[in-house]
Design a protein. Sequence first.
Length: 266
Amino acid sequence: MEAHRQLSPGLEVCCLRVSANVSYQHAAEDVELFTGIQISAATQQRLVHRHTFVPPQLEQPVKELSVDGGKIRLRTPLGEPCMWRDYKAICLHDQATGAWFQDNKGLIDWVNQQPLANPVTCLGDGHDGIWNIIGQVATAPQRREILDWYHVVENLHKVETTPERLAQAETLLWQGQVEATLTLLAGCSTPQAQHFGAYLERHRERLVNYEYYHTAQLCSIGSGAVESTVKQIDRRTQISGAQWKQDNVPQVLAHRCAYLNSSLRL
């Protein structure tokens, strides 16, 4: 053991793994049950915040990645309403995940340090913030940008028109026929139709022939991998009553991602 350390490396790893899943108080209770050793909730928390969680460096080329946003609740003074803030998560499909709080550059730098395939498929929903991040990954010729198909369909069905027209529009979009879809919906003067038309124009280059890509199994057509990542992160960060000091959020996210990446080992 190193000087000034009271816990063995193995016991520290045990604590870090447990507290990556449950509250520090429950981690203290579980570790005592598993080992018979009492390690308080405060000590569990200190272990997390003094540990360095190094994001993984991959060996295999990254063929697909997806980016999404999550929310975390910040601690506020007593009597004030809770405050939610965004973080960004990324999934390097089948290889690793990461999450950064108010540090898009950190996310981008980590991704660009990985071996990226050519092309590397980049998936996301319609939020500009997602594509601002993806736009700094690799190089433009190297990126294959695809708008999440399920997000496209979700937005399409917000348009107030006949079921027949919606079905026809969905078929056209499935085949990547953006212009034909715009023409079909041109007769709809509702705000939803206009909004959807602007959405298609904004992401025109990311609307691929989904039918072909899916049938040929060229790559994924949805960003479900990163949406699952956000849910897995939130299982720890949004447990009942959880609120976090803003300065501690990056370490909390790094801790949870280290667990998800199976990095908490001796």
